[in-house]
Design a binder for this molecule. Structure first.
Ligand code: ADP
Ligand code: NA
Length: 325
């Protein structure tokens, strides 16, 4: 079979928590392991997308380097996969503009991510008449840029969470509109497939009805990839038992499951904390090492950008030819 082009991205918005790791990033590493030699893998740190929310420049710079170090630390191999900063390849924004010129406004308005932004803006305002003017146009265009991320590499497989499925459908729609509007000898863009990664929803340590999230103001509700053993212990000790039970199921620690049946919550929490520590200590040690190797990180980013641009260059030339540019 022809090789797949697998692409996924993550925003550089701080050190990932256990939910990001188990729910998204660990799947990238599994994909890298299971991919055939002819498959191409592209993993992108999507800085342009991060700009849709207010960012402190110094923090953004740190977060971009943190995320690159995290991806290397968990096992993304920059020789096997193309690991790069989205904002290092100008083709993403170029194609995004082109796609925005064929993207129906109505379709963008129907994106649930946009609708929930609007709902949040409405809820947070005391005025009766609150509308789109409270939100920036970047948030509205977010899925078009994401479509460009995918199509610029002619990606065929996009592993993302459930919340992103609608964006992949939009990507297919935009690819199809482009293909039909600018017919050449053959359709330019393959229609990408949404790959639903087995969703392991990690719950907030403080509230089992919501997921672990970086947007929660309570830092005790999440375990970061870089937390040390004593931070893990104290967060789990203070956690709600239902969240810990759910975590236990996901970590599938038989030893701990047994302990839970026979012993009290204290023992359960201690064992789960040990299991989490066991799970995170490798990546954490790698992160602490790599994060300080500034020259290495720069080199990885530079090589990633060159390889990414090599791939998208051909597509952009084809796109421009079809458009008459
Ligand atoms: P957050 O909710 O912390 O802001 P993002 O929305 O940036 O995280 O999500 C980044 C990736 O991590 C997405 O693929 C998302 O599906 C996944 N993810 C986020 N939180 C969790 C969680 N608690 N459990 C499992 N996966 C998660
Ligand atoms: Na989020």
């Amino acid at each position: 079979r022809p090789g797949r082009v697998i692409l996924s991205g993550i925003q550089p918005t701080g050190i990932p928590h256990l939910g990001n790791y188990l729910g998204a990033l660990s799947n990238w590493v599994k994909l890298q392991k299971s991919a055939e030699p002819e498959d191409k893998l592209l993993f992108s740190i999507v800085g342009w997308h991060a700009l849709t929310l207010p960012q402190d420049p110094a923090s953004l710079l740190t977060a971009r380097n943190d995320m690159l170090a995290v991806l290397l630390a968990i096992g993304i191999d920059p020789n096997r996969s193309i690991l790069f900063h989205q904002d290092h390849n100008p083709h993403h924004t170029e194609l995004s503009w082109i796609l925005s010129c064929i993207a129906p406004m109505g379709k963008l308005r129907r994106m649930t991510t946009w609708k929930s932004r609007l709902a949040t803006a409405r809820n947070s305002s005391s005025e009766d008449e609150v509308d789109e003017s409270m939100l920036n146009a970047g948030l509205f265009m977010y899925p078009v840029l994401q479509a460009a991320d995918v199509l610029v590499y002619k990606a065929t497989h996009v592993p993302v969470g459930d919340d992103q499925q609608q964006h992949i459908e939009l990507t297919r729609d935009l690819a199809d509109i482009f293909n039909r509007t600018f017919k050449g000898t053959s359709p330019l863009f393959p229609l990408p497939t949404y790959v639903n990664t087995p969703s392991k929803r990690i719950l907030s340590l403080k509230d089992p009805t919501s997921k672990m999230s970086k947007s929660s103001p309570d830092v005790q509700s999440r375990i970061l990839l870089t937390d040390n053993a004593s931070q893990i212990q104290s967060k789990i000790r203070a956690a709600v038992t239902d969240s810990i039970r759910a975590l236990l199921t996901i970590l599938k620690v038989a030893r701990v499951a047994k302990a839970y049946e026979s012993q009290g919550h204290g023992t359960l929490k201690r064992d789960v904390a040990e299991a989490v520590e066991e799970f995170l200590k490798g990546p954490r040690a790698q992160f602490n090492r790599i994060r300080h190797e500034t020259t290495y990180l720069e080199e990885v980013a530079r090589r990633g950008a060159i390889r990414a641009i090599e791939h998208s260059e051909v597509t952009m030339m084809e796109v421009k030819t079809r458009l008459g540019l």
